[in-house]
Write a protein that binds this ligand. Structure first.
Ligand code: KG4
Ligand code: ZN
Length: 361
């Protein structure tokens, strides 16, 4: 089954063609970060206007890359929640129009759920550790919701908009077990990067600099929020970096006072504090729910320090291929297939919704 996925929840306009929920034929992304860079954050009105301009060219690009015609598609999946309402509406309207005009099913995908599902994706021709055709055949024969992944899994979604823990009983049976009470971890990365005069989005830059810095240079807090809590907090960490690096009233320093070595040390210390907090909460959740594995997704799951640290968890960890960590439409098409198999197509009055559908346990 060939599924077209459409993603426009925030600031990326994306479309992808995925076969049987796993095999990515194409993944096209029009990024808008240059438009938002000078504001150091996503401006909703600018984002929705850019989606309008990008949506048709991106869908066309995904079909051309996959070398298929619109009429060869079996169904259309769209991320209809959670996100910015003006952004969501562009993708939802495009998807409904295509589904109606082609007479194909419309699948309503939750973007956060899709970030967790992204561990299931593999590029056509690069499947199962480079086993090529043979790997592809094996992948096709596997039921979409199990494969080598042993459930229940603890799921971590860590991005610029979300930082939350989930219990994944099945791809369509996911429960929220913890979330940030203030900032998302990616947002903290972006704010600290701004303090250090680094480019937006700041996560990849901090990740790169952290590798050359001393993680013990600053003593930064790890917010645990109580013995059993699975919630996160990153705003205190951000403030601690601000005061430790730039000083208090009367003793302030500016960016010009920082040496390159100091900037690397701040990046490494900040990253160590984030990774530590995420590691401890995921370990706690694995223990509390007796989980068999961990799945992670979202932009921050591309972080090298985090991926390395997670190898120390007591259960197998599944991370998405790098290109499917940040927002993309392949994960939307992938999970759309699972919904389709479960008979969960939507009607044409599907709404865009700003909140996630995942219930709290
Ligand atoms: O999933 P995503 O593309 O969009 C949201 O749904 O938010 O995630 C973007 C976030 C940004 O905050 C970016 O700084 C962060 O992911 N990010 C990283 C890395 N790559 C992207 N954070 C830390 N390390 C990285 N390597
Ligand atoms: Zn996302």
């Amino acid at each position: 089954m060939l599924m077209l996925g459409i993603e426009s929840t925030c600031d990326e306009t994306a479309a992808a063609v995925v076969e049987d929920g796993r095999i990515v034929h194409s993944s096209a992304i029009a990024t808008q970060f240059q438009l938002h860079e000078k504001f150091r954050g996503v401006v909703p009105e600018i984002a929705s206007r850019a989606h309008i301009e990008n949506i048709m060219p991106v869908i066309r690009e995904s079909l051309d890359m996959a070398d298929i015609a619109l009429t060869e598609l079996d169904a259309i999946a769209v991320a209809h929640r959670p996100g910015l309402i003006g952004s969501l509406l562009i993708g939802v309207t495009a998807a409904k129009t295509l589904a109606w005009s082609l007479g194909k099913p419309l699948l309503p995908v939750d973007h956060v759920q899709a970030h967790l599902y992204s561990v299931m994706l593999a590029e056509k021709g690069h499947l199962i550790q480079g086993k090529g055709q043979e790997g592809e055949a094996l992948l096709r024969s596997l039921p979409s919701s199990v494969t080598c992944l042993s459930l229940p899994a603890v799921g971590l979604v860590c991005s610029g908009g979300h930082t939350a823990l989930y219990l994944v009983n099945d791809w369509l049976d996911i429960e929220l077990i913890g979330s940030t009470i203030d900032d998302a971890v990616g947002e903290a990365y972006d704010k600290v990067a701004a303090m250090l005069g680094l480019a937006f989005p700041g996560g990849p830059e901090i990740d790169r600099l952290a590798a050359a810095g001393n993680p013990a240079a600053l003593k930064l807090p790890r917010s645990m929020l109580g013995r059993d809590s699975l919630d996160f907090s990153f705003s205190g960490l951000k403030t601690a970096v601000r005061y430790q690096v730039f000083g208090y009233q009367g003793k302030e320093r500016t960016l010009d006072d920082l040496t390159d070595v100091e900037i690397k040390d701040v990046a490494a210390s900040f990253q160590a504090a984030c990774v530590d907090a995420l590691f401890k909460k995921v370990s706690r959740a694995v223990k509390q729910f007796n989980a068999n594995s961990v799945v992670m997704g979202g932009g921050v799951s591309a972080n090298r320090g985090l991926r390395e640290a997670f190898l120390g968890l007591p259960v197998p960890v599944h991370a998405p291929p790098m290109q499917y960590c940040t927002d993309n439409a392949a994960m939307i098409a992938g999970l759309g297939y699972v919904l389709c198999q479960a008979g969960q197509a939507a009607s044409l009055d599907l709404d865009a919704v700003t909140s996630s559908s995942i219930p709290r346990r």
